[in-house]
Design a protein around this ligand. Structure first.
Ligand SMILES: NC(=O)C1=CN([C@@H]2O[C@H](COP(=O)(O)OP(=O)(O)OC[C@H]3O[C@@H](n4cnc5c(N)ncnc54)[C@H](OP(=O)(O)O)[C@@H]3O)[C@@H](O)[C@H]2O)C=CC1
Ligand SMILES: O=C(CO)COP(=O)(O)O
Length: 319
């Protein structure tokens, strides 16, 4: 919608024929956007070849679990000049790779300089209403970042550049763990103090792992770090927050995910971060407790008690 508002011809690709038909015939995507009318400049297709024909840029936004498969599928239709922008938040299960690395694996002929990450505090439900939104585009190459900035920027969608791809991907992914935790503490009826504690100490462990993985600490104070953490932990639009809230009501994880019907990246990301924290030998107490709640049946209330009862320490201590 942002690209169409900027006068671009936009082709959406979907594997769902009914969705394609609805977008083309009625200019609506009712499953995700209700009655909102889409610009007629947005066309849909179930053919990747058609979607990518003569394209200046491809924007990949499937859930992290589908990124490798979709990147491989688009390979025959890419040109070297095309900009590859992704907005997916998460790591690949098993390999623990960031999404830009998964894309590079599958598209070896695309120069790393053409890969751009778009991230930040941006719920689709508000962007479609043209609510003022700020995001960041990260690329190794400033020209590529500025080309992506040019495509998206407009009076309601402000786009900053940042050279730190790792930091932007890691910040956007790890905040979903803390958002699950924020939903849990809200669901348990704990107040604003608990939420502020979770965000602040959550950001500390996000930055700790991020720096160990080669990211710039400053990125975590920016839109892809603190910004996205705030929007996801404080909004009812957030699927991760909602999933945490439902878990606190005692609903089993499988049922929560089924009811949501949309991706809750924080679940897989908790497992990935749990493994990454051990690989990089970084302490992530909130992630550890969430791992126990999600995958080991620990009671959320006991998890909070255990976090509060940890050994006393200095606020700036590394471990
Ligand atoms: N929604 C938001 O506001 C934001 C989302 N993101 C990130 O974007 C990514 C996608 O999120 P979102 O669109 O909200 O997720 P949803 O679950 O709402 O939608 C996912 C869409 O991707 C399709 N899909 C899933 N896997 C594949 C695949 N292998 N091949 C083709 N299509 C596939 C699904 O199709 P089907 O219905 O057929 O399964 C569905 O249409 C996530 O990483 C999320 O964190 C980032 C910023 C904001
Ligand atoms: O990343 C998002 C907003 O920036 C969307 O968060 P959820 O996936 O929790 O809905």
């Amino acid at each position: 919608a942002v690209l169409a508002d900027n006068g671009k011809e936009v082709w959406l690709w979907s594997r769902n024929e009914e969705q394609v038909k609805e977008i083309n015939d009625k200019h609506r995507n009712s499953r995700f956007l209700g009655e909102t009318e889409l610009s007629p400049q947005i066309k849909a297709t179930s053919s990747l070849q058609e979607a990518l024909f003569n394209a200046q840029a491809a924007v990949l936004v499937v859930p992290s679990s589908g990124m490798r498969e979709v990147a491989a599928q688009i390979r025959p239709f890419l040109t070297k000049e095309m900009l590859l922008i992704h907005a997916t938040k998460g790591f690949e299960t098993g390999t623990l790779k960031r999404m830009s690395a998964v894309i590079s694996d599958e598209l070896p002929e695309i120069a790393a300089e053409r890969i751009v990450v778009l991230s930040g505090p941006s719920h689709a439900e508000e962007v479609i209403r043209q609510c003022p939104t700020t995001v960041v585009v990260a690329a190794h190459d400033l020209d590529a970042a500025e080309a992506a900035q040019d495509l998206f920027i407009n009076p309601y969608f402000r786009v900053y550049t940042n050279p730190d791809i790792a930091g932007v991907e890691i910040g956007g992914s790890l905040k979903n763990i803390i958002a699950l935790g924020a939903g849990l503490t809200d669901g348990l009826g704990f107040g604003d103090n608990a939420k502020a504690a979770l965000l602040t100490r959550g950001l500390a462990e996000i930055a700790r792992l991020g720096q160990a993985m080669g990211a710039n600490a400053q990125t975590f104070a920016g839109l892809a770090g603190l910004g996205d953490l705030i929007v996801t932990c404080t909004s009812k639009h957030s699927r991760n927050w909602r999933a945490g809230y439902m878990l606190a009501q005692g609903e089993p994880l499988e049922q929560v995910l089924k009811e949501m019907g949309m991706v809750v990246e924080g679940v897989k990301t908790t497992k990935a971060a749990y493994e990454l924290s051990r690989f990089f030998k970084v302490s992530m107490p909130i992630t550890d407790e969430l791992y126990s709640v999600l995958f080991e049946g620990k009671s959320p209330k006991i998890a909070v008690e255990d976090l509060m009862g940890r050994l006393r320490k200095h606020e700036m201590e590394e471990i």
